[in-house]
Design a protein around this ligand. Structure first.
Ligand code: PLP
Length: 388
């Protein structure tokens, strides 16, 4: 069988063997409902408590400030709606950026139907939000600022600390979607200065369908899922014990190995970028040259369609993405690239390759060796604009 090279770690990651091992007992002998009182249930309860303690250590917060959810999308929805509705009497204004994940953007658009007003801040050509713009946008009706820690398409890392100094001074709640940052950046909520933070297990070698929302003690929050009293009455539903145990183990591993993982990814990332820029003309790097995630490579190839590059790579066993997985089935250009001022044609020729612990230098060299041929072939066929 042909070798498979997976370069789409921003879309999802495989479960680490130690994570799987941590989860298995809770599908079999330790299947008790954590809310029951017999000893088998106590094993489940204990696993939840331990997971919460582990995660609290990584985030430098209190275990009681953590709510386990079904993933990044639920965490973003719950943070934004939960804080908007809790603050309804204080104000109706929300500030976000135009390059957020759809779990944030579409939630904000949903709230606009219920009387909330949303400011979608612009970004510069590198995808950076300007903290001064956040400050200017805050009014006495502003109840929430939600800005991602790192962008999932172009990997740009946002100046959250500077933004938090502003929201703190103005007394406005700050939420961050840190889904792409886990395992790559410091998640200490006090250092970041955030009041709410979202994570998703499957982005850092944990299981799919389990996420986390941090809510700082005292921050106004209205639970968005009603039912039983789980998660201290903030998120009803029988706990996903196996998923939560796996999430905690994955986050612990990711944080313990952060430095070596980042060094590995940066080495591969820079080799890939350099190799492509040296061998192919009319290509540029999307996103910030230095303020970017260690594992993100996003390149814009002029005169070609990103989709065609993907199909050709796939035939050679290479899995990558054009922009974000959520938009790859539509013909709309990426909202992130468009907001950065990248032209529609160039945005259509963009290719995202996101690296992981399982990638090697040989993988990168293979991609560098096949990509020039693919681009040359596609450009020769291209009906798009004048030929280079
Ligand atoms: C993947 C992702 C999400 C959604 O997480 P799910 O667990 O897949 O729902 C949200 N925000 C960002 C930045 C992401 O990359």
């Amino acid at each position: 069988m042909q070798k498979q090279i997976y370069l789409d770690h921003a879309a999802t990651t495989p479960v680490h063997p130690r994570v799987l091992e941590a989860m298995l007992p809770f599908f079999t002998e330790k299947f008790g409902n954590a809310s029951s009182i017999y000893s088998m249930a106590r094993d489940s309860r204990k696993a939840l408590d331990e997971a919460r303690d582990t995660v609290a250590e990584v985030l430098s917060c209190k275990p009681t400030e953590l709510i386990f959810t079904s993933g990044g999308s639920e965490s973003d929805n719950t943070a934004i709606k939960g804080s908007a509705f809790a603050n309804k009497s204080a104000g109706n204004h929300i500030i976000t950026s135009s390059i957020e994940h759809h779990a944030v953007l579409h939630t904000c658009q949903f709230l606009e139907k219920f009387g909330f007003e949303v400011t979608y801040l612009p970004v510069d050509r590198y995808g950076l939000v300007d903290p001064a713009e956040v400050e200017k946008a805050i009014t006495d009706r502003t109840v929430l600022v939600t800005i991602m820690l790192a962008n999932n398409e172009v990997g740009t890392v946002e100046p959250l600390r500077e933004i938090s100094r502003i929201t703190r001074a103005k007394g406005v709640t700050l939420h961050t979607d840190a889904v792409q940052a886990a395992g790559a950046l410091d998640l200490s909520v006090d250092k970041l200065g955030v009041d709410m933070l979202s994570l998703s297990g499957h982005k850092f070698y944990g299981p799919k369908g389990v996420g986390l929302l941090y809510v700082r003690r005292g921050v106004p929050f209205l639970p968005q899922q009603q039912g039983g009293g789980q998660e201290r009455n903030r998120r009803a539903g029988t706990e996903n014990v196996a998923g939560i145990a796996g999430f905690a183990e994955a986050l612990k591993l990711a944080s313990e190995n952060m430095q070596s993982t980042n060094e590995h990814c940066v080495r591969l990332r820079d080799r890939l970028i350099k190799g492509v820029l040296e061998r192919i003309d009319h290509v540029s790097l999307n996103g910030h040259p230095s303020e970017r995630l260690p594992n993100n490579v996003n390149l814009a190839f002029e005169y070609v369609e990103g989709e065609s590059i993907l199909l050709n790579l796939d035939m050679l066993g290479i899995a990558a993405s054009s922009g974000s997985a959520c938009t790859s089935s539509s013909l709309e250009p990426s909202h992130v690239l468009t907001a950065m001022g990248v032209s529609v044609e160039v945005a259509h020729g963009s290719l995202r390759m996101t690296l992981g612990t399982d990638n090697s230098e040989e993988d990168i060299d293979y991609v560098i060796s096949v990509l020039p041929g693919i681009i040359e072939k596609l450009r020769a066929l291209s009906p798009l604009v004048a030929k280079p």
